[in-house]
Design a protein around this ligand. Structure first.
Ligand code: ADP
Ligand SMILES: O=C(O)[C@@H](O)C(=O)COP(=O)(O)O
Length: 423
């Protein structure tokens, strides 16, 4: 297997978002959970997205895991590695976007990395280094209340500067509009000045196409699915991707379905409210979930009682004031971790009870669930909503199909849309 593109994603939902984008652009793509074991049988692919759960762990660990993934990908021929971050730049001043980008560059002796979270299809745009979510700057968006990494500064040159060793420069929209050569000249100038990373503006897909062409000059770039789109289109345009033809439509998996929500995003809260009109919904008590092992058993007993009614939804999700109250009692990271682990035990119990179709809302939550289920890799299926594909577990018997939804993604009826796409 010789890879045309390697990707290291800092969470599992983000990885499936990127794998979806690459696959739609024509790249045969597989998402692995962690660095694959050498004996893992992978189909012929153009791109592998190695999904890590490294967004909210200490920076040194994120660096170590990312470098291991990078070495595996380069060992299989990947000349360019895209570090997939969140389109809302989820991170804290302690990292991990800066430290991982620095380490990936240092590993291969690369010049400054292009960095952009722009993903216009989902409303993420960057102008003069400021990230917008829909019509508002990042710091006014619901991300200001994220449970683990509240985003309170929209100026990404500043945000990344606080996380990086080398200076961070800006590639303004006017330069991106001027095309690849203007971008190359600007990068040369910033490299001479010692920049380690360059935040690139992009508000439309054509800007990402320009950035994709130039990113491939370098061995490393950092971005969300928008940059993935630009790189994929550049690879296709350069004739570096063999035509793959339409894949065989996967057979229906069947069997019981369940939804688990641990995201506290505004979008997910709305989707849970909408689901309440069409399926049984259990809203967990987050404090009990974090502290009382019996709460998992009670949730599973509830699911068992509602089994004959079709899919069920179990949620720990809560609005910002309730999240803040739990965090005051338990601490931010401890609360998040304990709730994720409890959700993972619920997932395991549901699958042991026969669930074969599973939707999970929330990146960290998805990470904990997929780890508990020990799923090694996914084939990418149809797109349910921008950034969220159907995922077929590779090599699992009996087969399972999942959807891992980034907290902020999907329309109000996402959960019913997902179940319809996962027969
Ligand atoms: N009610 C709650 N109170 C506090 N934290 C919560 C609650 N429910 C979930 N969490 C935690 O909030 C975090 C949500 O992150 P994540 O799953 O990545 O969602 P998103 O995709 O929206 O970022 C997780 O660590 C989760 O365990
Ligand atoms: O880029 C994105 O927005 C997503 O792919 C993503 O990474 C979102 O993260 P979560 O909301 O934590 O799932």
């Amino acid at each position: 297997m010789t890879l045309v593109l390697g990707c290291v994603a800092d969470d599992y939902t983000g990885a499936s978002d990127l794998a979806n984008t690459l696959s739609k652009a024509g790249l045969r793509t597989v998402q692995t959970i962690g660095v694959p074991r050498d004996d893992m049988a992978l189909p012929p692919v153009d791109a592998v997205v190695v999904a890590l759960k490294s967004r909210s762990i200490p920076a040194a660990e994120a660096v170590e895991r990312s470098l291991a993934a990078d070495r595996w990908l380069r060992g299989r021929g990947a000349g360019h590695v895209l570090f997939k971050i969140c389109s809302t730049f989820d991170s804290t001043d302690a990292g991990n976007i800066g430290p991982v980008t620095d380490a990936l560059r240092a590993e291969i002796g690369a010049g400054p990395a292009l960095v952009t979270p722009a993903f216009p299809e989902t409303g993420r745009t960057v102008y003069l280094g400021h990230l917008f979510v829909g019509t508002v700057p990042l710091h006014e968006s619901p991300l200001k209340d994220h449970p683990l990494n509240p985003m309170r500064d929209s100026n990404l040159v500043r945000v990344l500067g606080r996380q990086s060793k080398a200076p961070v420069a800006l590639l303004p929209l006017a330069t991106v509009e001027a095309g690849p050569q203007a971008v190359r000249d600007a990068i040369g100038h910033h490299a001479a000045e010692g920049a380690g990373a360059i935040i690139a503006d992009a508000v439309l897909d054509r800007h990402l196409e320009t950035l994709g062409v130039v990113a491939l000059d370098q061995p490393v770039s950092t971005g969300a699915s928008g940059l993935g789109l630009g790189i994929a289109r550049a690879l296709v345009a350069a004739g570096r991707i063999a035509a793959s033809g339409a894949g065989q439509a996967p057979a229906a998996i069947g069997g019981p379905a369940a939804i688990l929500a641990g995201s506290c995003s505004q979008a997910t809260l709305g989707q849970i409210a909408a689901a309440e009109r069409s399926m049984p919904v259990l809203r967990l008590d987050p404090e009990a979930l974090a502290g009382d092992p019996g709460e998992v058993g009670r949730a599973l007993a509830w699911a068992e009682r509602h089994r004959t009614e079709g899919p069920v939804l179990i949620a720990s999700s809560a609005p910002p004031e309730q999240v803040a109250a739990v965090q005051r009692k338990l601490g931010r990271d401890a609360a998040g971790h304990a709730i994720e682990q409890a959700m993972a035990r619920i997932a395991l119990g549901l699958v042991e009870a026969g669930v074969r179709r599973l939707v999970v809302a929330g990146g960290e939550t998805s990470g904990a669930v997929v780890d508990a289920l020990a799923l090694p890799a996914f084939r990418i299926g149809a797109e349910i909503a921008p950034g969220v594909p159907v995922l077929y577990a590779v090599g699992r018997e009996p087969p399972m199909v999942l959807a891992l939804k980034s907290g902020n993604f999907g329309g109000p009826e996402f959960f019913t849309d997902a179940l319809r796409a996962m027969p």
